[in-house]
Every structure is written in C-alpha cells, then in structure tokens.
Design a protein around this ligand. Structure first.
Ligand code: CP
Length: 302
C-alpha cells in the first residue's frame, strides 16, 4: 500500500519487513554519523491536529535522519483557527509539492478520508480512539528486542482500553505476530465489542500481572471522555495503579511498558516506571528506527 493507516490493514509479513528494516536503521542510529541519504528528494509534512511530544519529535527526527525535507504544522497556531477545513488545509500544504503526510487527528478515520482525496503517501500518527500504527510497531519491536520474539508471549494491556488507539493497534499487531493478548481494566473502560477482538478479558490487575510476560500500561484518556466515566482517577489508581509491591509478589520478572505520557501515581508508580523492569525509554528510542523504516518503505512505493 502507499499508506500506513492502521495495523488492521497490514500483514505479519509487512510487520516483519518493517522490523528488519528498522534493525538496519537502529544500527545506523548508533553510529557517530546517524544520517543516510535515502529520502533526499522527498518532502514530508507533519500535520498535527492534536498535541504530541514523542510521536511528533520521533517522526521529525526519523525524517531528518533519512535526509528528507521536513515541514511541521500544528493546528493550534494555524489558519484552522480561522475556520479552514481539513481538506483545504492539506491541499494547500500539498500544493507546495509535499510528497508524504504524517497526520495526527482527533477524529477516527481522518487519515483514511484524506487518503481517498490526495495523492501523497499518508502515515497515520494517531486518529482519535481508532489506531496508532507506528506506536504498536515500536511496542512490538521493543518486546522482540527484549524477549527475542513476540510469538508465544503473553501481553497484558492494562488501563483505559475504551478510549485508546494504542490498545487497538497493539491488539492487532501482537495477534498478527502470534502473541496472546489480555486486556485488563474496569468494565466501564472496556469497549462493548471487546469480545469480537479475540482477547482475554480480566478485571483484576494483580491476576493480569501474574498471567503476563509483558504489561503495557495505559493512561486514562480524560480528554476523550464524552461523559464522566467511573472510576475517578483516585479510584482508578487505588484499584489499578501498578506499583513495586505488586511486582514483588510475583514469582517471575515481567517487562513493563507504557506509550507515554505517564500520569505518575495514577496508572503507574515511579518505583516501577523508573525501575529495571521498565523498557519505556527503549520504546521511545526504537520509535525513531521504526518510523525511519515505515517512511523508507512507503517512499519505495511512490
Ligand atoms: N505515545 C505517544 O503517542 O505520545 P505523544 O502523544 O506524546 O506523541
């Protein structure tokens, strides 16, 4: 495909190809000279209609390491504030001869809509509660790096599954790679269609930790809650917050992941986030190599 819109649309072979390409780029990123000329004639626009720290910087660094020309757009200080539409905004940016668009938007399906209306390659950097494909790729790549393989591993995704695009993309990606996936959270924060996703559902976080090899811990997405969901943050942290005491009761070592941003003391305590169990900053590091791989492979089908 010319686009990366979601993990649902790609195969396990596609994911393996992205990982092998990312292995090469990770090696490049560890050299004194981190830059390669691969995308020298390509111009990429990073179009963000929602806040971001990791994804935005990681894509921009990936593009610069590949020698692409890069322009950045944030809706919050743009003419969107004067009423310009998504399609007009993007078409204006594209008329400046942009080849690829990396887009984050609060509406599920926004990059899919765009892909039917513009000629450039599109990479989804997160569309509302729907998908965040490069996050799932970097997460699975980090599990593969830490544990040798993803196939056969037990991964528990703990938190606000209902509002999380990271959860949905992770479920698709991990299942395609042969992992067993559990979701764990209060019933009010699980989607109604959860039974159709082929995951194990657990409501007790200690049981989820005892079951898994890897716990991927998600924050409560207050900004996406249309109505006020039960539980409150205080109640959530009381029943679901992961701390060192909980890990100490296990008879094994588990890997702790979090896509960021962490709400310390809510879903995850600092005594775990900053411990030797955590690969959180390795996930961020791997994000650059994964995004280089995705951009490089998509540029090849231009
Ligand atoms: N993981 C992630 O998407 O973080 P940002 O929202 O900061 O990009």
């Amino acid at each position: 495909s010319r686009h990366l819109l979601g993990i649902k649309d790609i195969t396990s072979d596609d994911i393996q190809l992205i990982f092998e390409t990312a292995d090469n780029f990770k090696e490049v990123l560890n050299r004194p000279i981190k830059k390669v000329p691969s995308l020298r004639d390509i111009t990429i626009a990073n179009i963000f209609f929602e806040n971001s720290t990791r994804t935005k910087l990681s894509f921009e660094l990936a593009e610069k390491r590949l020698s692409a020309d890069v322009v950045n757009f944030s809706s919050s200080n743009s003419s969107v504030k004067k009423g310009e539409t998504l399609i007009d905004t993007v078409n204006n940016i594209l008329s400046m001869k942009v080849d690829m668009v990396v887009m984050r938007h609060s509406s599920p399906g926004a990059p899919h809509f765009l892909s039917r209306n513009i000629k450039a390659n599109i990479v989804n950097a997160g569309d509302g509660t729907h998908e965040h494909p490069t996050q799932a790729l970097l997460d699975a790549f980090s599990i593969r790096e830490k544990l040798g393989d993803v196939a056969g591993k037990k991964v528990a995704i703990i938190g606000d599954i209902l509002h999380s695009r990271v959860a949905l993309s992770n479920i698709f990606c991990l299942q395609k790679l042969g992992a067993e996936v559990m979701v764990c959270g209060p019933v009010t924060l699980l989607p109604k269609h959860i039974d159709s996703l082929g995951v194990i559902v657990e409501h007790d976080v200690q049981c989820a930790l005892a079951w898994c090899d890897v716990a991927n811990i998600l924050r409560i997405q207050l900004e996406r809650q249309q109505i006020k969901y039960f539980p409150s943050l205080r109640e959530y942290s009381l029943y679901y917050g992961v701390n060192k005491k909980m890990l100490d009761t296990l008879d094994k070592e588990i890997v702790i992941m979090h896509p960021g941003p962490i709400n310390r003391g809510v879903e995850l305590n600092s005594d775990v986030a900053d411990s030797e169990h955590s690969i959180i900053l390795h996930q961020v590091e791997n994000g650059v190599a994964i995004r280089m791989a995705v951009l490089y492979l998509l540029a090849g089908v231009r």
